[in-house]
Each structure stands twice: as structure tokens, then as C-alpha cells.
Design a protein around this ligand. Structure first.
Ligand code: ATP
Length: 507
């Protein structure tokens, strides 16, 4: 373990279970009213059962108790652990139950799946299982284990171990706090990595010096938790993280793992803050060399993305956040580099097209800065992926392009979901035969609505006129076609005998 974490409120050499330390922690944590330092068998212990009773719904307490009871019947210790415990102490809602068992986690999961009628997924290689409960919730159950990394950045080999060892293999001290759920010790805290003092101090601290080398995804995780909780990456952790990044450890990860971490970063409450921090750690170029946050404009655009997202969301359109947040980073890259990112990370055709078209955002901004009829704006922007529109909004704000911004916002507010007031079935009821002209007619009706503010009656008139016009042209065309076909077949009849003769003689 790293010695002497730079903890503001605690002396560096505090004893983990020392009375002053516990009382201090209990008094400073937001949960102080419900954490109690229990004295049991001469040892001062922190017990969170009162906090759990207060924070968890009754069904959850019952569920944890049942799991603990079944484990205890087999002579095993069972704990809640990880983010679930961290968030309990921080007072953040989290119902992703993470259980670790000093025993056989998979056997426990099998028994629980019968008890609850839950579906079970087992990952034998990692000694873990997931219960998919009938109420739609999931419970992750793992056998306590130690890990061995054959090489940097590969998935580890694991073997069963004690609860204490399991905590030591984890990423950060704040994620390595366990709480007993076996009934005899329900609520007792096991905090061998001093996660509670770090939670109190707001520190992200790794647990051993090779942590980022073994698993460079922890660099992404460090940034993520630091920004999510407004914590600080502890000094020595920061040095080791910088060293691992500089040594190119991120590039040893598989693309899938990097992509997964990127997506998780982008679904944080404040992805922009995480990305700024990643840029400070020089992480971006290891994801791909075409990514950068260089220049004031890119930073301003990134800063404005949440506002653009808000506008997009209020239009009720779905977008991919992880794609949107790539756009400022790739802006200014050449087309080939962008194509290479799409290939490296196996983006789908749709996502690749969105990313590549974001390279032309300046042209979009220029285009919508010019005076245009509403229907023309709609037709132009409808053809673009919504992420590009959100990105163009952020960029227009950053560049101070008011007209473009107004057009883009108006599009999202008024045009993106606009429909004509008349429907296809109304046109058919009015005597128009079903056919492709219905769509064209409805487009004209919408144009009349958007550009001229026409009411429904007028839209219907416009649509009928267009539909009849097209239908007439099409049927005239069909007649001409038929006549043409008849003439041709007559000609063929004339030619055919000669042709037959020709082929005959050819034989
Ligand atoms: P979140 O709130 O983002 O879901 P979490 O801490 O619950 O955070 P998970 O990815 O679900 O994150 O992981 C659960 C627990 O597993 C973590 O709290 C941590 O103890 C451990 N863990 C996850 N990833 C790693 C890793 N890369 N290295 C070591 N331990 C990890």
C-alpha cells in the first residue's frame, strides 16, 4: 500500500482503528449522525447498520440480510463492497448491489437464484455471477479473490482469497470499503485500505505502486471519480498515473476497453470536466493521435456542449453523448485521420458518418448564417446527424455566431419535429390514389405551413393540388410508356421473324 496519503484532516500516520480517528471521521462525514463507532471485543469498530437502515429501502435491507444469512449458514463471510458502499457513505443513491463472499460466490449465487427465482449469469473465469432479479434489478456476486497480471494492461488471472486480499486488489481506497452483511456482524466495516479517511478527505488513492501499469483503465476511472465527486487525485497517485501514461500504458489496452472507458466518461454528469482533466494528463493522444484539446476555441466549444445538449434534449431527440464529446477533439483533424479512428474503434456506419460529417461543422454554421426559408433550413438540417447539430450549436456559441445559433435553435425548437396538419389518409379520403405523390404532397403542405404560416385548410389545398398534379403527370407518363411499349412490341413482332431466321441459319 502507498504510505502517507496526503490527507488534509488526518495525520499521515493515523491508526486505522484508533478511537480519535474514527470519531473524527464520524463527526466530519455528512452521515455523522448515523455512523457509530461500536466497541466490540475490545476493538473499536465502525458499524453502518443504522446508516443502512436509514438510507436503504426495507426490501433492500431484507435482501441483504437474506444473502448474509445464506452465506453464514455455509460458514462464509459476505459483504457489500465497492461503489455501492462508497455511495452509501457519501449519501448518493446507488442500487447496483455488489456482494463479495469469502467462500464460493457462484454457489451462493446459484442458491439465491432459486430463492428469488432470479436468472443467473455466471463468469467462471472471474469467480463472479450476476443475478437478474424478477423485479428487474441486478445483484453482482463475487468470490473474494486475488489477481495476478501476466503483462501490463491484460486481464488478470484470479484465484480465491480472503476478503482483505480482495480489497487490496481494487482500484482506489474509496472503492475498497466492505461492510459485513452476515447477520452476526451486520453493518461492521472492513476498511483495510483506509478508504473512509480518503472519502472524508476527498482523495482518489491507488493501493499499490503498479496499479496503473497492471490496469491502465484505472487512469480513466481516477479522472471519472475525481470529477464526479469533486475529489482530488492524491499526489503520489497522480505521479504514478502520469508516469504510466507517459510510458504509453493506455496504448496497451484493447480498443474495446478504451472505448468502454470513453463511453463511461461521457455518461458522467460532467464529461467536459473529465475530458479537460484527461487533456491535462495527456491521455487523449493515447486514445488516438488525432484527438486533441489544443487551442482556446476547442476548449470553449467543449465547455458549451452541455448547453447544446440541453437544447437537443428539450427537442426530445435521442443522441449519442459519447459521439458528441468526440467531435470537438477531432475537429481540425484531416479526413483520413477521422476515418482511421472510425476503423480502429469499429464504429458503425451510422456513427462513422456522424463523426466524419462533424468535420464540416464550419460549413453548416456558415450555411445556416445565411437567410433561408424555414423549410429550407429544415430540409438542410434534417439531412445531418443530430449530434452534428448539437455540436454546431456549441461551436456557434463559442464563436459568437448569433445568426447561425438562432437558426439552429429555432430548428430544434420549431422545425425538427414539425409535421403538416394534414395527413396522408385525409388526402386519400379526398380522392387521391395511394402512391408516392402523397409524401411529396405532404412535404409541400409542411412547406406552406412553415414558410407561409398556412392553416390546415390551405395546407390541404396545397397538398391536393400537388398530389393531383403529380398523379396526373405520372398517369400521363404511364400512358405514354404503354403506348411506347405497344409500338415497340409491334416493331419486335415485325423484326422477330427475320431474327429467328438469322439465328436459324446461324445454327
Ligand atoms: P460506478 O458508480 O461508476 O458504477 P463503481 O465503483 O460501482 O462505480 P464498477 O465499475 O461497477 O464501478 O466496479 C465495481 C467495483 O469493482 C469498484 O468499486 C471497484 O472496487 C472494483 N473495480 C472496478 N474496476 C476495477 C479496476 N479496473 N481495477 C480494480 N478494481 C476495480
Amino acid at each position: 500500500m502507498l504510505a502517507g496519503a496526503a490527507c488534509r484532516a488526518e495525520p499521515a500516520n493515523h491508526r486505522l482503528y484508533g478511537v480519535p480517528c474514527l470519531i473524527d471521521i464520524a463527526s466530519q462525514l455528512c452521515v455523522r449522525a448515523v455512523i457509530r463507532a461500536a466497541v466490540s471485543e475490545g476493538e473499536v469498530r465502525l458499524n453502518l447498520s443504522a446508516l443502512m437502515m436509514e438510507r436503504f429501502p426495507r426490501w433492500l435491507i431484507e435482501r441483504l440480510f437474506t444473502i448474509g444469512h445464506i452465506a453464514e449458514c455455509s460458514g462464509w463471510r459476505a459483504f457489500i463492497v465497492g461503489g455501492f458502499v462508497r455511495d452509501l457513505i457519501l449519501g448518493k443513491p446507488n442500487l447496483d448491489i455488489d456482494i463479495m463472499v469469502e467462500g464460493d460466490g457462484i454457489a451462493l449465487a446459484r442458491e439465491l437464484s432459486e430463492t428469488y427465482g432470479a436468472k443467473l449469469t455466471v463468469y467462471e473465469r472471474f469467480f463472479t455471477a450476476t443475478l437478474h432479479m424478477p423485479d428487474g434489478r441486478r445483484i453482482d456476486i463475487a468470490t473474494c479473490r486475488r489477481e495476478r497480471y501476466e503483462r501490463p494492461a491484460v486481464l488478470p488471472e484470479v484465484e480465491p482469497a480472503s476478503a482483505e486480499e480482495d480489497l487490496l486488489r481494487r482500484d482506489f481506497s474509496i472503492n475498497a470499503i466492505a461492510v459485513h452483511i452476515t447477520p452476526s456482524r451486520f453493518g461492521d466495516v472492513l476498511d483495510v485500505c483506509r478508504g473512509i479517511p480518503d472519502l472524508q478527505c476527498g482523495l482518489i488513492r491507488i493501493l499499490h505502486e503498479r496499479s496503473f501499469i497492471d490496469d491502465p483503465t484505472r487512469a480513466f476511472r481516477a479522472v471519472r471519480f475525481e470529477q464526479r465527486f469533486s475529489f482530488k487525485i492524491e499526489l503520489q497517485t497522480e505521479h504514478l498515473m502520469r508516469d504510466a501514461i507517459k510510458a504509453g500504458m493506455i496504448s496497451l489496452l484493447t480498443r474495446d476497453r478504451i472505448k468502454h472507458e470513453w463511453i463511461r466518461i461521457c455518461y458522467e454528469p460532467n464529461p467536459a470536466a473529465c475530458i479537460f482533466r484527461m487533456a491535462e494528463f495527456d491521455m487523449l493522444r493515447w486514445i488516438d493521435e488525432a484527438l486533441s484539446l489544443d487551442g482556446e476555441l476547442k476548449r470553449r466549444v467543449l465547455f458549451n456542449l452541455p448547453e447544446a445538449e440541453g437544447l437537443t434534449r428539450s427537442a426530445g431527440v435521442a443522441y449519442e453523448r459519447w459521439l458528441l464529446y468526440l467531435m470537438p477533439l477531432i475537429d481540425g483533424a484531416d479526413f483520413e485521420s477521422a476515418v482511421s479512428i472510425c476503423r480502429r474503434y469499429s464504429l458503425s456506419a451510422k456513427h462513422s458518418q456522424a463523426l466524419l460529417s462533424s468535420l464540416s461543422t464550419d460549413k453548416v454554421i456558415q450555411a445556416v448564417s445565411l437567410p433561408m426559408q424555414p423549410s429550407a433550413i429544415k430540409a438542410y438540417l434534417d439531412a445531418l446527424p443530430v449530434e452534428v447539430i448539437a455540436y454546431a450549436i456549441a461551436k456557434a456559441i463559442a464563436m459568437g455566431f448569433r445568426r447561425a445559433l438562432d437558426s439552429l435553435i429555432t430548428y430544434l425548437k420549431n422545425y425538427i419535429n414539425a409535421r403538416p396538419d394534414v395527413t396522408g389518409s385525409e388526402l386519400i379520403s379526398a380522392g387521391i390514389p395511394a402512391g408516392p405523390w402523397i409524401g411529396a404532397a405532404l412535404r409541400e403542405a409542411l412547406k406552406a405551413k412553415l414558410d407561409e404560416g398556412c392553416d390546415k385548410t390551405r395546407q390541404l389545398e396545397v397538398a391536393l393540388k400537388v398530389a393531383k398534379g403529380i398523379a396526373a403527370v405520372v398517369s400521363r407518363g404511364a400512358k405514354i410508356g404503354e403506348e411506347g411499349r405497344n409500338t415497340r412490341s409491334r416493331k419486335r413482332d415485325k423484326i422477330a421473324p427475320d431474327h429467328r431466321e438469322y439465328t436459324k441459319s446461324d445454327d
